[in-house]
Structure formats: C-alpha cells, structure tokens
Write a protein that binds this ligand. Structure first.
Ligand code: IVH
Length: 671
C-alpha cells in the first residue's frame, strides 16, 4: 500500500535523524539540537511505532536505553542498568503520569520526591569496604567507561565513607557549576582555545580527559541521587536514601521536596523554573520519583524507563527580541559569520544581545530581515541562537552578505558546496588575529600568555603582520603593551623562544592549513620527514600519508603554492623552527626507542607531559596511557598516583625526568 510505504519512510527518516543526534550528543558531546527538539522527534517516532507495531525494529532508537559508549577508556558493565527517564513536557503530561501511578497503586497513596534535574553527566561510584574503588560513566546505560582516576579528583565525591554498609554504589550527576564553567572558558579564550558550548559539555569533556590532573583543575561536582546495594535500592524510601547520602559526606542537592499531591509537585516545578537562573548550576527540569521503594517495585519499569519516575522538563529558555542589526565577523579561516544584534533581553537571568546566524543560508531559511522580532533560545549554550521569526517588523529591511571583507575590504568568495563566504586575503587583520591565537594555542605552539588581549594589541599597533613576526618581537615592544608588566613580558618572550623546540607536527598544525589538524600533521611528518618534502609533494604524493584524501591533499598543495605562504615558511625557517622530523623506520636500530612503550605519570619538573611524549614518539617510542606488562618504562614525576604502584607490582622499570632526558639523548642504556 502506498500509505504504508510512506509511514515506513517517515519512520526511517526519524530513526536516522535520532541516531545522528544521539551520536552527536552521547558520543561526540557536540549536540546540534536542543533536548526539547530531540524529545519531540523521539515521541513522534514512538507514537508512529505504537500505531504500527509491525514496524518496530530492535535497532530503533525507541528500543534502547541510551547512546553508545565511546572509545578511549576501559568499558565496564554496570551492576544494574542505569535507566533513563520518560519526560513530561506539559502540566497535562505530568498529571497523566500521576493518574497512571495512582491507577496502578490502587488503594495506596503515592508520595513523591521532587528533585532538581541537574544538567550534567550521570555516573556510578562503587564503594567496597567503604572505599571508592570505581567510577563509571553512564555510557549506553548497560556499559559505561571507567573514569575512576578522574572521578577521584572531584572534591565533592568522598573517597571513603564510614557506614554500616561496607559495599554500595552511589549514582548521581557530575556537573560543572556556572562559575567554574565561565572561568574555564575565560582561560581557554586567553590561550586561544575554543570555548565549551555549555557546562554539560565542559563536564563531560573534563571527566573523560586522559589526564586526571587536568580533570582536577576543572572543578567538577558530583551530586548523588541514588544508593544501591547488590544492584537494588538500599533503603525503604528515596527520601531516606537522600538523607543517608547527606549524612555520609555526599553533596546532596538541598533543593528537594516531599510532596503528597500532584499540585505540590507542580508548585515545586514552577517555583524552580522561575528561580533556575539563581542556581549555581544549570538545571533542565525536575525529576519526580515515587518515594516508597515497595511502591516503586509494584510499578516496575518498561524496557526504557521506570514507571515510578518522570522528568518534568522545562521549556527551552526562549525570549522574543528585535533584530536591530546584523553584522559580520571574520574567523581564522576567513569565514564570514553573520551575527544578529538584538535589543537586550533577559533569558533566565542572562542578558542576551547577540545571537549567531551561522551563514547566509540560515538567514534565508529563517526568512529573517533586520527589524524582525525573533525567538531567541539559550539551550545551555553560550552563544544563543535565533530559532525563528516571531513577527515581521513594520520597517524590515533585507540583509545582504557584504561584497568585500568587513575588516580588510578584501575579496570574498563562496565556493560551490560551501555554506560560508570567505575572505581570501591572507593578511586580513581579522584572519591574522585568529591565526596567531591558533598558532600560539596549547597543543599547537604552546605560547603561554599569548591571549586575545595581547594579540589584539600586537596586530592593531602593527607590531605583528604575520605569525613569523612573533619571533622578532623585543622585550621593549612587549613591555609597551597595555597591562603588561616587565615580568609577564619576560615570560612571554621566553615562551615564544621555547616554542621553537616544538616538533615538526606541531609546526605544521600551527600553519592553520584548512583540514589539517594535529592528527593529519603527525601523519604528514611521519610520511615525509620534513617541511620541505611536504611542501614540494604533489597532490598525488600527499595522499600517500595515511588518512589524507584528495580534498585534504588539494588544500595542502594550494597552501604551499601561494607566494605569501612561501615567504612565511622561509621566515619561520630562519627563526629556527623545527622543519625536520626524525624518520621512524620500524626495523632499524637507528631509531633508539623503536618499539619501546612508555607511560608518563605525575608532574614532571621541567618538561610538559605532551612535550615529553612528542620527543619519545619522535625517536620511535610509543606512549600509552595505562601501565601493563608491555610497558617498558614508567616515567614518574611528582604525585605519581596509582600507576607507580602498578608499575612496581609488574616490575616495570621506573625512571625520572632526568633519566628520560638521558634516554632521549641516547646516553642511558636501556635493557
Ligand atoms: S534519577 C531511573 N535524579 O537525568 C532513575 N536523574 O533523564 C534515573 N538526572 O540519566 C535517574 N538529575 O543523568 C535522576 N535528581 C535526578 C537527576 C537525574 C539529573 C539525569 C540523569 C539521568 C537523566 C534521565
């Protein structure tokens, strides 16, 4: 039947979309749509599948608990699945939940516990004999990732608990509060790194860092809401569990209420919706749970979620405002991004006056003109977005992308298949500033202190016209900048000087060639061994490096063919940057550390950890994150942690930084 195939198509479409967004959200931590939009799509799919049960497939997004756990950490099964919750998006939907609960309980009256729904990352912490032994992320609900080392750095998570139970599991939410989030983003901006979109992503990114010491600096918080013993609730009621947690050193959210009626619950929900901006952390709703565990057991669960709990979701935080103007920003790649300037409007306590419009096509899709009234949304994201035009303005006028770069007046082009217009003037000051920030950023040339404020002044005063000029800056010039004392100027100059020690892969990344990030840079350096060989390779030859396809090869060849870039390369060579990369041939003994596996732990006195790793790799060694029988050396610095014990247990040789340096210089004899 044609109707049938139409339904089938719609179901497939929804599944594909949901899968894509689950991947973006759960695996990459880079959501592109709001939770509300996602929830709406999921319900629509659920509705259709219910109406056409023959279409239900085991791999439908409605048929599983959550997303896939991602690579990188050891995967561990949960003692009992970490379920997700059904959502109520309206009062009526909550009342329906209440009616269903009462219906199923018969004579018994439910009591509800209303808790704030924190917008973070759920995690299970296992305690044995009162000690924290393992922390696992939710993952797909059945299997999560072992993040014990990182979780131990969360100060609100007790490492040991004095209790009558020896073994138990605590589940809760790992969050980053607004202050820590703002501070982290400010410092990332200073270093020229990209901002985290919202506290949830910042928390997820921080919990899954391979480097626990960095996690420690990120100030995460753990707020528990559940206690299990042998995979079952440990108390008779949810409220008791929260009280127990509170009295055993856990940071239980104080904003909760025991409610005897649906009205009380709704009152709690609206009270916190109004006050959510005052909280130190983001919430996206209220979780309502039946208090009695006996009743919870009676109510049971569906394949996806318990029937005794529901998440009352708050509407995405939106407001209507007038678009007073649209201007255009120019990024490092020269991409022109239109930005809406709004009449300032408060959205859950934050004043919003700008929203990104992404690109020309988006403006067309929205049908937006200057003077229109638009719906603006802050879905936890830092950069608010325009959702739709609410009312057309009476005196609305068209916006056109500028015919020339708004910063340098240079030519702009939009290539076929691309959504962005780009300024193609390599010396455009806007591009230059972004290029310098990228060049100096952590993980690239690592020039600490070369933040936005400094770069703005260097470019605006004409002291730097190309990244190569960084290497001829003098102490006097740096000291002349606003808010720059002698000490910081000296430090900055030293940092510029020591950046010359970076290995070739970083130098390649620093050039900011389109599509060439740190991974590709490394593969290029390994394949070709020197900047000159890369620069002189044809597009066909470039594709010999792993993972380099025609598009990337074309971009690299184009970069090295432009005369301005050729000049830049020569100036960087003259400045003394590393253009050679010791070739690692797998078989020869000329590669001193070939096949040797290193693990680095603790803080090294001089070398940054990533620099030590780069040097080891440059000599053919491998750096791994976990100690095993295959480890040849553990390089231990200050505060080494559990890896040191493990290495000793396995008889893995432990060396310090000095011994590592001798090894790197070939002065230390390894066994
Ligand atoms: S209870 C079966 N309580 O919301 C019980 N969850 O949509 C499941 N969340 O995965 C969780 N605050 O990450 C519960 N007070 C709270 C919560 C909470 C936030 C998160 C949690 C869960 C998701 C469910």
């Amino acid at each position: 039947m044609p109707e049938d195939s139409e339904v089938r198509r719609e179901v497939e479409h929804l599944r594909d979309e949901l899968r894509k967004h689950e991947y973006l959200y759960y695996v990459l931590d880079q959501p592109e749509i709001s939770d509300a939009d996602y929830d709406r799509m999921m319900r629509e799919l659920d509705r259709i599948e219910r109406a056409h049960p023959s279409l239900i497939a085991p791999d439908s997004p409605t048929q599983r608990v959550g997303g896939k756990a991602r690579e990188g950490f050891v995967k561990v099964a949960h003692a009992a699945p970490m379920m997700s919750l059904d959502n109520a998006l309206t009062t009526e939907e909550f009342l329906e939940f209440d009616r269903r609960v009462r219906g199923l309980l018969g004579e018994e009256q439910p009591r509800y516990v209303a808790e704030l729904k924190l917008d973070g990352l759920s995690m299970a912490a296992q305690y044995r004999a009162g000690h924290l032994v393992q922390a696992i992320t939710r993952g797909d609900g059945v299997i999560g990732e072992d993040v014990t080392e990182n979780a131990r750095t969360i100060r609100s998570l007790p490492l040991s608990v004095a209790s009558k139970f020896a073994d138990f599991e605590v589940r809760g939410e790992t969050v980053m509060n607004r202050a820590a989030f703002e501070a982290l983003n400010a410092s990332r901006e200073q270093q020229g790194l990209s901002r985290f979109a919202n506290p949830r992503n910042a928390a997820a990114g921080s919990l899954r860092l391979l480097e626990p010491s960095v996690t420690a600096s990120r100030r995460l918080d753990f707020l528990p809401y559940y206690v299990l013993r042998e995979g079952k609730p440990a108390f008779d009621t949810q409220w008791e569990a929260l009280e127990w947690l509170k009295h055993h050193g856990f940071k239980v959210n104080p904003n909760r209420r025991l409610c005897d009626s649906a009205d009380e619950v709704l009152d709690f929900c609206s009270k916190w919706e109004a006050k959510r901006g005052d909280l130190p952390y983001e919430i996206d709703g209220v979780v309502v749970k039946v208090d009695s565990i006996a009743q919870q057991e009676k109510l049971g669960a569906t394949a996806k979620a318990p029937r005794w709990a529901i998440a009352v979701k708050y509407a995405a935080r939106q407001a209507v405002s007038e678009v007073e103007n649209i201007t255009v920003q120019v990024g490092r790649t020269g991409a022109l991004t239109p930005v809406a300037h709004l009449k300032p409007v408060s959205i859950s306590g934050v004043t919003v006056s700008r929203a990104t419009l992404h690109n020309e096509d988006e403006i067309e899709r929205l049908g937006l003109k200057i003077g229109d009234f638009v719906v603006v949304e802050r879905s936890g994201d830092v950069i608010p977005k325009v959702v739709r035009v609410q009312t057309q303005g009476s005196y609305r006028r068209d916006f056109h992308m500028p015919a020339a770069c708004p910063v340098c007046n240079g030519k702009v082009v939009r290539e076929p298949g691309e959504s962005a217009w780009r300024c193609i003037n390599i010396n455009c000051p806007a591009r230059l500033k972004e290029s310098i920030l990228h060049f100096a950023s952590r993980g690239v040339m690592n020039i600490d202190g070369m933040g936005e404020a400094v770069v703005d002044q260097l470019v605006d005063r004409g002291l730097v016209k190309s990244v190569a000029d960084l290497y001829s800056l003098t102490l006097e010039q740096l000291e002349s900048l606003d808010r720059m004392g002698k000490k910081s100027a000296t430090n900055l100059l030293n940092n510029i000087e020591s950046s010359k020690q970076n290995q070739l892969p970083r130098v390649i990344t620093a050039l900011g060639i389109r599509f060439v990030g740190d991974r590709t840079s490394k593969l290029l350096a390994e394949e070709f061994g020197s900047m000159d060989r890369i620069a002189s390779s044809s597009e066909t030859d470039l594709q010999k490096a792993g993972e380099v396809g025609p598009k990337v090869a074309q971009s690299i060849a184009l970069f090295f063919s432009e005369s301005e870039n050729k000049k830049l390369i020569e100036r960087l060579r003259a400045a003394g940057l590393k253009f050679e990369y010791p070739r690692v041939s797998k078989s020869t003994s000329a590669v001193p550390l070939a096949g040797k596996v290193f693990v680095i732990t603790g803080t090294l006195p001089n070398l940054k950890r990533e620099d030590a790793a780069a040097q080891i790799e440059a000599l053919g060694g491998k750096v791994s994150s976990a100690v095993s029988r295959k480890t040849d050396y553990l390089v231990a610095g200050g505060d080494p942690g559990s890896k040191l014990e493990k290495a000793r247990g396995l008889n893995v040789p432990v060396i310090d930084e000095e011994q590592l340096i001798s090894l790197l210089k070939g002065e230390y004899n390894h066994k």
